[in-house]
Design a protein. Sequence first.
Length: 346
Amino acid sequence: MTPIKIDPKIRELARDLNLDWRGDCAQRLRQFAVEKVRGWTELLPVTSMDTLLGLAASMLSLKLLYIASDDDLCRFAADYRTSWPRLGAQLKAEFENSDTMGFLLTHPSPKPGAPRYYAFIDRRSDRAVRAYFTAWHEVAHLLLQPPQLAFAGFRRVTTGSATKDPIEALVDQVAGELAFFGPLAEPEVARELDSGNRLTLDSVQRIRDAVAPEASFSATAHALVRLVDQPLAFLVADVRLKPTEARSLAGDQFQLIDAPEPQAKLRTSSVFPNDAARAAGFRIFQNMRVPDDSVISQVYHERIEGTASRTEDQAIWESSGKHLPQLRVRVEARKFGPVTYALVSL
């Protein structure tokens, strides 16, 4: 798989935005989007993430419409029937018959001063915790939209897939940075770490409550790991098959060769180390099996209440039958419903 920083689609986007397309284009595009928002805050200062989101949407001529109940689907269909005669059927197809979290429409003929773009975002039931990130995802798409190119129809945000388009992956990265905008989040992070303490799962929750209470815990942890200077990684683990096993089952290959059906195991579904952790030798990746003697495994299988922590060695993890290099780490884990979250500090 081509690294996102040199993916052809990412390079093409950099060219379209008149940016240098050589080297790490993804980082350059992230900086481009974040600096654009930073420039707006210098013109119109903001003091909260809510006002920043509103400012960004206004500057991009974007109206954010949140679906809080099933009745909202009918209400929006009626309110915007003139602009989109088939909107009712489209809303039903996207939000009732698929896994769409949000999608963006371009108004066919906006009046002067009226929004050009409309984002419909689902925040019903368990999707509420992802609505905040979805809104920033739509903002990020428009921040990276080349002005000389017409917006192509609409873009969906779904609950996830095994493989993500590189542009969508980049947009997620930009959304993650803006959802915890440095100038607003960093003072809260500094207060938590002022006494020399490391970032913990509890401090992630406190910072989330102070900075962006509508954000999910996972999105908060990703953002804070990126912001801190400490070598740190955030992991999510759940019971799953390896991707190769899942593909084989889907294709009935195991039945054809009369092989035993693979068993799902506790694996990392998401791994996000910061640059300092990578530089220090952190080598745990997505889809790796969690060792039985890791505190992450014990918290998951033994249903330990609250947070458990332990000093471990990265070498207990295996990849392709080989142990990872030795590296002493502090692992803090807590079970959240069907998954376990873990912070790994070096």
